[in-house]
Design a protein around this ligand. Sequence first.
Ligand SMILES: [Zn+2]
Ligand SMILES: [Zn+2]
Length: 346
Amino acid sequence: MNTTVVNKQPILSRVEKKRLAQSDTRPRKTLSFYRYVRLDNPDNFRDRLLSVWSDLDCLGRIYVASEGINAQMNVPVENWESFNVWIQSQPELAGVPYKFAVSEGEAPSFYKLTVKVRDKIVADGLDDRSFDVTNTGEYLTATEMNEYIDDPDAVVVDMRNNYESEVGRFDNAVTPDVVTFRDELKHTPELLKIHKNKKVALYCTGGIRCEKASAWLKHNGFKDVRHLKGGIIDYAHQVESQGLPNKFRGKNFVFDERLGERISDEVIAKCHLCRKVKSDTHYHCKNQICHTLFIGCDKCLEKKKGYCSFKCTQVDKLPENLKKPYAKYYNKYLRKRKQFVKTRLA
Ligand SMILES: [Zn+2]
Ligand SMILES: [Zn+2]
């Protein structure tokens, strides 16, 4: 009997994958890229990516849709050349701008390779037929962004979520208090109403969210909307290579195991547990049922042993047969009360 093997990776649990990835100590390049490009068969495209990239031992989280691709991943340095040659040989991907991590973490940025087919490459909640998605804003370089930040006739808007801007943001930026990009788009036109006649500069992590957001704001009557090309990641590289003043304070939150890369030495956030000590290090609560994202200081982390609260330390002590019903109860009633953060974009 003939069977088609689509996913060549053996089925492993998250813990096993993590262990396997940790045992592979080869240096890796972490990068992200996106492209809005028409894909007639996203499923085929996904299978192609999965097959070639698992042969090259790439790890990461990639979203594919009929509107394009959004990739966050790492590649073993020794396979970089082959990876890049393959990318350039693909009509859908050739010439796509890479955004390399500002800093690699101590551990790998990803522990597994997942390529998912979705309706959209970024979950924005918009009906793309209701406005002209191709009417995006013009790009801003790092130098231009710096000028906008100092310009009283301009307003700089952070298109990321509150837990991202909490640890890092541009001087004078408007930082909407939202936990999803969907909500961000819903509220921004109203929030920016008072700035309607100003020049608007948008920014996000790597630029992808601003492609849609700039077209959306223009559709909502904002005339002069621009966005930072390549996002904070590329801004940091331009500041470094061109010796520009750095107007980004703190950390750039990233959607991988590193959870952030330092852009300036300043720590602008506080520990969520004691609310006193300055810290901008994110952790996921060790209680897998909770898994809440929180900022912790060294002292609190030691005291709470990696849990977000005293309750979670207790819940994790429950016998396995009681954990399952508790998880059900937690997800149904308690999770909504906490600010649930899904640290991924699609
Ligand atoms: Zn603390
Ligand atoms: Zn917790």
